[in-house]
Design a protein around this ligand. Structure first.
Ligand SMILES: Cc1ncc(COP(=O)(O)O)c(C=O)c1O
Length: 405
């Protein structure tokens, strides 16, 4: 932690910093904050953040504008608009083979992120251990700390597709373990959990009387015919799983802030007050946009995936040509690439990419010090013309640091 709360110059507020926040890794010196600061005002091709560049479909934007014009500008119930929850129940039936009661088993939140926060705050006691696959989406680590609990990082490896393997989870369980976090498709690794791996995980979770979060935010962004399984469909898992999802990645709606969580009715009832206490409700006009997303034409997915697939193919071709390996990118819009042959730290590699080659990418250790060092995460969320330029520049960088080609 970089905050010097003991320093003579620390303000009374900094000196009062809570213990949970003190345990968050890196603080204001995280690679993410540093690289964003270094990138400010620079003319870069940005392959950093996971923010879809494909515009939100116009009927969704129109529905939000109409909601404002129609005066839908006050709070909704904390669990979200009923028609939206009904449309979500229908979506769960259609896409996920899951039956959730829209009245009692679904809560709409400010992005999937708030579902994560609500779930962790609702479930965790100080000292509880939460198993997460490393590399991981950083917000899980921070929010586990903010709930006073302890992230237990189980390493995953490029060689095994960055899958969280049941044996590794079993080996990490102690008498403090309460929860296992599953993210498939995964950010940052672009790996997925296959059905058979999930079956093994379900066994371990059931046998040890644990509960699970299944983060399915990237379910619509999958390649090579991969069909995601919703963890809650596995035997015995519906009552042990909070399913988290949202609109950000599927419908290019990051700024709208709509997500949702589903689980058994008694749990959802317990989560409603924490949810209400956090932000009261998800932004009302955005909820109308989310409803339009679910009820409107779904051909957007086809067009979106056509574009992402072309970009992904460009990435794979370029990295293969350079001899840079990466985890199998079966979901999401990232490549998690192995830069160990450069002999550089992930951060130095990214700093050089930014300063000397005009490309913003993120160091793997941002997503966990243990497994992320020696990797970079590259998103392909710019148009193909810019992506081609960026890949050329990364090729120049790779040749300059490895002396190859
Ligand atoms: C795995 C994962 N979960 C949750 C989130 C939060 O997404 P949002 O709050 O925009 O729905 C993200 C964002 O990148 C993510 O990668």
């Amino acid at each position: 932690m970089s905050f010097d709360t003991e320093s003579a110059t620390a303000s009374p507020l900094l000196a009062a910093l809570g213990q949970n926040i003190r345990s968050i890794r890196a603080g204001d010196e995280s690679a993410f904050i540093k690289l964003l600061a270094m990138s400010e005002g620079k003319d870069l091709i940005r392959l950093g953040r996971g923010e879809p560049d494909i515009p939100v479909p116009s009927h969704i934007a129109e529905a939000v504008k109409k909601a404002i014009d129609d005066g839908h500008t006050t709070y909704t119930p904390p669990q979200g608009l009923l028609p939206l929850r009904e449309a979500l129940a229908e979506k769960f039936r259609r896409d996920n083979d899951l039956d959730y009661d829209p009245d009692r088993e679904i809560i709409v939140t400010a992005g999937a992120q708030e579902s994560m926060v609500v779930t962790l705050q609702t479930l965790l006691d100080p000292g509880d251990e939460v198993i997460i696959a490393e590399p991981y989406y950083m917000a899980y680590e921070a929010n586990i700390h903010m709930a006073g609990a302890v992230p237990v990082k189980v390493p995953t490896y490029e060689e095994t597709g960055f899958e969280l393997l049941p044996d590794a989870v079993a080996a990490a369980i102690t008498d403090r373990t309460k929860l296992v976090v599953l993210v498939s498709p995964n950010n940052p690794t672009a790996g997925v959990l296959t059905r058979s791996t999930m079956e093994g995980l379900a066994e371990v979770i059931g046998e040890n009387d644990l509960v699970a979060i299944s983060d399915e935010l990237y379910e619509k962004v999958v390649y090579d015919g991969f069909k995601p399984t919703s963890f809650a469909t596995l035997p015995g898992m519906r009552d042990r799983t909070v399913t988290i999802n949202g609109f950000s990645k599927a419908y290019s709606m990051t700024g709208f802030r709509v997500g949702y969580m589903a689980g058994p009715a008694d749990y959802i009832r317990a989560a409603l007050e924490p949810r209400h206490s956090l932000s009261i409700c998800a932004t009302t006009p955005s909820q109308y946009g989310a409803l339009a997303a679910l009820e409107g034409p779904q051909d957007f997915f086809g067009e979106m995936m056509e574009e992402y697939s072309l970009r992904r193919a460009m990435m794979i071709e370029a990295f293969d040509a350079l001899g840079i390996t990466y985890g199998p990118p079966l979901g999401g819009f990232y490549l998690f690439a192995n830069i160990k042959a450069s002999g550089m730290s992930s951060f130095d590699f990214c700093a050089k990419a930014l300063n000397d080659h005009g490309v913003l990418i993120f160091p793997g250790n941002m997503f966990g010090e243990g497994q992320g060092e020696g990797y970079i995460r590259i998103s392909y969320l710019v148009d193909r013309a810019d992506l081609a330029i960026a890949l050329d520049r990364l090729g120049d960088l790779w040749r300059s640091v490895t002396g190859s080609g």
